[in-house]
Design a protein around this ligand. Structure first.
Ligand SMILES: N[C@@H](CCC(=O)N[C@@H](CS)C(=O)NCC(=O)O)C(=O)O
Length: 250
């Protein structure tokens, strides 16, 4: 039996969610230090030079970036495979994961979830309504139009569930957190796909922790999650007053 890995990252992050679902599907035990990146201390800055989550700590080995982490986990434990086998399908899976991480990240996280949640509740600032409206009414619909051409009517993208499916579905939890519902008459494939993915045990196992985190002030999230029985790490690196990230987002 290997020692559990440690994940630095909050349950509300779609990038963290990708990694937790990957760990769950591979049956790799983990502990999570569930803090928001904006309250990470100097030790966090040393482990995450971009001050971003997730970070994976495996003994004395530290890795950043959800995609890099999931590829490491795939190499570490190839079964069940979360990337397809043929070069073309593998490449397409990587592209769709990248599309989710970059474009859905930009629109759903930075222009919707960050504006309406983090900016308002963590930094006490007013969201920019024009940014949110454009994201909801133009940018996300454009992304959904594209996904509607890519996603399967049934099942998953490449046979068994894999990282591209997981990455796409992870972002739509955050869309739901800001009350965005996918219009199933306009995007029937995407709506059904996201519903199918969120019904998987690996996603459902996280949903309770996510919903509770969403309703809990940052300073109390850790205690509340411990009470709920989440696999919380013994110590935390999230203990400073909220500080802006170092990557430009607005
Ligand atoms: N490409 C990175 C993106 C990670 C990311 O942007 N995480 C967000 C949380 S949802 C974060 O840490 N944001 C803090 C910041 O950018 O300052 C990954 O895939 O892990």
């Amino acid at each position: 039996m290997r020692e559990p890995v440690t994940i630095l990252g909050n349950y509300l992050s779609p990038y963290v969610r990708k990694v937790l679902v990957c760990l769950q599907l591979k049956g790799i035990a983990y502990r999570i230090d569930p803090f928001a990146p904006f309250i990470g201390d100097d030790a966090f800055s040393r482990l995450s030079p971009l001050r971003r989550i997730p970070v994976l700590i495996d003994g004395d080995f530290v890795l950043n970036d959800s995609t890099v982490i999931c590829e490491y986990l795939e190499d570490l434990q190839p079964s069940p495979a979360l990337y397809p086998a043929t070069p073309r399908e593998r490449a397409r899976a990587r592209w769709l994961e990248e599309f989710a991480d970059s474009r859905l990240g930009e629109v759903i996280i930075w222009r919707m979830f960050y504006q309406l949640g983090v900016k308002r509740y963590l930094f006490g600032e007013t969201p920019d309504d024009a940014v949110v409206r454009k994201a909801r009414e133009e940018e996300l619909p454009d992304a959904l139009d594209y996904l509607e051409t890519q996603l399967p009517e049934q099942g998953f993208l490449f046979g068994e569930v894999g990282m591209a499916d997981i990455a796409i579905a992870a972002f739509f939890r955050n869309a739901a957190f800001v009350r965005y519902e996918i219009d199933a008459t306009r995007w029937p494939r995407v709506a059904a796909f996201v519903e199918r993915m969120h019904a998987l045990p690996a996603f459902r196992a996280l949903a309770g922790f996510e919903d509770r985190t969403l309703r809990t002030p940052v300073a109390q999230q850790r205690e509340v999650l411990i009470e709920m029985g989440a696999p919380v790490a013994a110590t935390t690196l999230g203990n400073i007053a909220p500080r802006r990230g170092i990557m430009k987002v607005e």
